[in-house]
Write a protein that binds this ligand. Structure first.
Ligand code: PEP
Ligand code: MG
Length: 533
C-alpha cells in the first residue's frame, strides 16, 4: 500500500512505531439482530455486570483524576431506574444494543437539559457509560478487542473510561480522528507519557504498520522502507536520549558555558506526578489549579483547596510552589459556571477577569492559598492579565483576605500571556512574572490554540514575532530586576528551550515528563547566542 499521511495536533508528545489497531465506534460495532427477549435481557444484564466489574477494577487501580470520572459512572450503574426503559424495550422485542441505546437516550437528554450545571455536565459521563456497556455487548474488553503489544490505537475519539481500559504499559500510542488537546483524555495521556495525536480526520481502518509522530503531529500509515528506517533511527535516538535524560533529571541544569538555568515543573494534577520527579526539579513553576474544578463532582471549598495546596507543598520538601489562580474559560471551560455565551471565549471573560467578576469563586481559592503560604514557600500567580489595574484589584482582594485571616501576603506575580501584559510589563505592580508562551503565541499570532489545519500552523512560538516579544519581556524584566520565568510548552521542546537560552532566560517551568530531556538540551546549549531572532 502507498504511504499515507494524516496531519493532526499533538496532545501528548512522543514517538511510536507499531501495528495500527482500530477501535470501532461502539454504536456501530455493537448492532446485531434481536434474539428472544429473554436472551437479549440476559445479554444486557451480563454486559452491565461486566461494565460494573471493569469500572470497579479501573477505580481500584486509578489515581484521583480517574476516580472522579469512574465513581460517578459506578453510582449510575447501581441505579435500577437506569435499566428500566431498556428492559421494557427488550420485552417489546428490541435487540439489547438498541434497547440500551434508546433506553438511555431520554436520561442523557434529562441530564443535558437540567437546570443544575452539575447534572448538565454529567451527560457526557452517561454517554461514556453507555459506550462501556455497548463495548461489553459487542464483546469489547475481552481478548478480541485487545490491541497487540506496541500497537498504535486509532479511533474516532476515546472517552476517558475507554482510554483507561487499555493497557498503556504495552501500547505505543493513540491517534484520534477527532478529540482535542484540552480534553480529559489528553490530560491523562500527558500525565502517563503516552504519545497522542488528535484531530487527524477520518482514519481508514486498515491493517498496516504505522508511525505515530507525536512531535510534529503526524500519523504515517504504511510507511515506505525509507520512512520506517528514518523513524526507527529517531526512536533509537529517543531511547538513548531517555536513558541519558534519566541520569541528569535530578541534577542542576547548566549550559555548556556553565550558566545555571533553573528548571521547575508544571503540575496539571499533583496525583499524576510521582514524588521523585516532583523533587527532581527546582520546584513547581506553574500549578494549574483547574484540576480541582474541571471534571469534579463538586466545586472544591476552601478547606479542600487548602489541603490540596498544603499537601503539594509538603511533598515538595521546601521547594517553591507557584500557584496559579483559576484560569477558567477559553480552552479550559467549566460547564457549571454560567458564563454568558461569547462569540470568542478566548477574548472573553476568562482567567483573572472571571475571578474578579466572581468573588465567590475567587475568595475560597485566595484564602486557601494564603493559608497554605503560611506552611511553605508558596507564591500566587494571576493568569490572563491585560493591565495593571486588574493586578491592583486582585492584590487589594488578596490583601483584604490576608488581613481577615491575619496572615502575611506571599509574593504575587502574573502570567505574561497577552501582548498587552508583555508590552507593559514594567507598569505591572508584581513581585515576579512568568511568560505563558502558549497563550502569548495565540494572541500574538491571532490564531486560536485549539485550531486545526492552516490556523494550527500559525501556533508557532518560534515565529520571529513571538520570539521578539519574549526577548523584549526578558530585557524589561532584567532592567527592572523582576524575577522572570517561562512556563509555556515551548520550554519543554528542544528548539524552544534552545531559543530561550539564547535569548537569555534564566528560569523555565516544563512538563514533568520532559524534565530530564530539557536539562540535557540545556547542557548542549552554548550559552548566550547572538542575533536571535
Ligand atoms: C500558557 O498559556 O503558556 C500557560 C502556561 O498556561 P496554560 O497553557 O495553562 O494556558
Ligand atoms: Mg495560558
Amino acid at each position: 500500500m502507498a504511504e499515507k499521511h494524516y496531519k493532526g495536533r499533538v496532545a501528548a508528545p512522543g514517538l511510536a512505531l507499531g501495528p495500527l489497531f482500530h477501535l470501532p465506534d461502539l454504536a456501530v460495532a455493537a448492532d446485531r439482530p434481536a434474539g428472544t427477549p429473554e436472551a437479549e435481557m440476559a445479554r444486557l444484564t451480563a454486559a452491565i455486570a461486566a461494565a460494573r466489574e471493569q469500572l470497579a477494577l479501573l477505580l481500584a487501580e486509578g489515581e484521583e483524576m480517574a476516580a472522579e470520572i469512574l465513581g460517578f459512572q459506578l453510582e449510575m450503574l447501581d441505579d435500577p431506574a437506569l435499566v428500566e426503559t431498556a428492559a421494557a424495550l427488550v420485552a417489546e422485542g428490541a435487540p439489547a444494543v438498541r434497547a440500551w441505546q434508546e433506553g438511555l437516550a431520554p436520561q442523557v437528554e434529562v441530564f443535558a437539559g437540567d437546570d443544575d450545571p452539575y447534572f448538565r455536565a454529567r451527560a457526557a459521563d452517561l454517554l461514556d457509560l453507555r459506550d462501556r456497556v455497548m463495548a461489553a455487548l459487542a464483546g469489547g474488553g475481552g481478548p478480541a478487542m485487545a490491541p497487540p503489544a506496541g500497537a498504535i490505537v486509532t479511533a474516532r475519539d476515546l472517552s476517558p473510561s475507554r482510554f483507561l481500559g487499555l493497557d498503556w504499559a504495552v501500547l505505543g500510542g493513540a491517534a484520534l480522528g477527532a478529540g482535542s488537546a484540552a480534553s480529559h483524555v489528553a490530560m491523562l495521556a500527558r500525565a502517563r507519557g503516552i504519545p497522542l495525536v488528535t484531530a487527524l480526520g477520518p482514519i481508514e481502518p486498515v491493517a498496516a504498520t504505522a508511525v505515530l509522530d507525536a512531535r510534529d503531529g503526524f500519523l504515517v500509515v504504511g510507511p515506505k522502507p525509507a520512512t520506517e528506517r528514518r523513524y526507527r533511527g529517531r526512536l533509537a535516538v529517543d531511547r538513548e536520549e531517555a536513558r541519558a535524560a534519566a541520569k541528569v533529571v535530578a541534577e542542576p541544569a547548566r549550559t555548556a558555558s556553565g550558566r545555571p538555568i533553573s528548571v521547575m515543573v508544571n503540575v496539571d494534577d499533583p496525583d499524576a506526578v510521582p514524588d521523585d520527579l516532583l523533587r527532581a526539579g527546582d520546584g513547581v513553576g506553574l500549578l494549574r489549579t483547574e484540576f480541582l474544578f474541571i471534571g469534579r463532582a463538586e466545586r472544591p471549598d476552601e478547606e479542600t483547596q487548602y489541603r490540596a495546596y498544603a499537601r503539594l507543598l509538603q511533598r515538595l520538601g521546601g521547594r517553591p510552589l507557584i500557584l496559579r489562580t483559576l484560569d477558567i474559560g477559553g480552552d479550559k471551560p467549566l460547564p457549571d459556571l454560567d458564563i454568558p455565551a461569547e462569540t470568542n471565549p478566548f477574548l472573553g471573560l476568562r482567567g483573572l477577569r472571571l475571578c474578579l467578576d466572581r468573588p465567590e469563586l475567587f475568595r475560597p481559592q485566595v484564602r486557601a492559598a494564603l493559608r497554605a503560604a503560611a506552611d511553605g514557600p508558596l507564591s500566587i500567580m494571576l493568569p490572563m492579565v491585560s493591565r495593571a489595574a486588574e493586578v491592583l484589584e486582585a492584590r487589594s482582594f488578596i490583601e483584604a483576605e490576608a488581613r481577615a485571616l491575619d496572615l502575611a501576603v506571599p509574593p504575587v506575580g502574573i502570567m505574561v500571556e497577552t501582548p498587552a501584559a508583555a508590552l507593559a510589563l514594567d507598569t505591572m505592580p508584581v513581585d515576579f512574572a512568568s511568560i505563558g508562551s502558549n497563550d502569548l503565541t495565540q494572541y500574538v499570532m491571532a490564531a486560536s490554540r485549539d485550531a486545526g489545519g492552516r490556523v494550527a500552523e500559525l501556533i508557532d512560538p518560534l515565529d520571529p514575532a513571538v520570539l521578539r516579544l519574549i526577548r523584549m519581556v526578558v530585557e524589561m524584566a532584567a532592567a527592572k530586576g523582576l524575577p522572570l520565568s517561562l512556563c509555556g510548552d515551548m520550554a519543554s521542546d528542544r528548539a524552544g528551550i534552545e531559543a530561550l537560552v539564547a535569548i537569555g532566560i534564566e528560569r523555565v517551568s516544563v512538563a514533568p515528563a520532559a524534565l530530564g530531556r530539557v536539562k540535557l538540551w540545556i547542557a548542549g546549549c552554548a550559552g548566550r547566542a547572538h542575533g536571535l531572532p
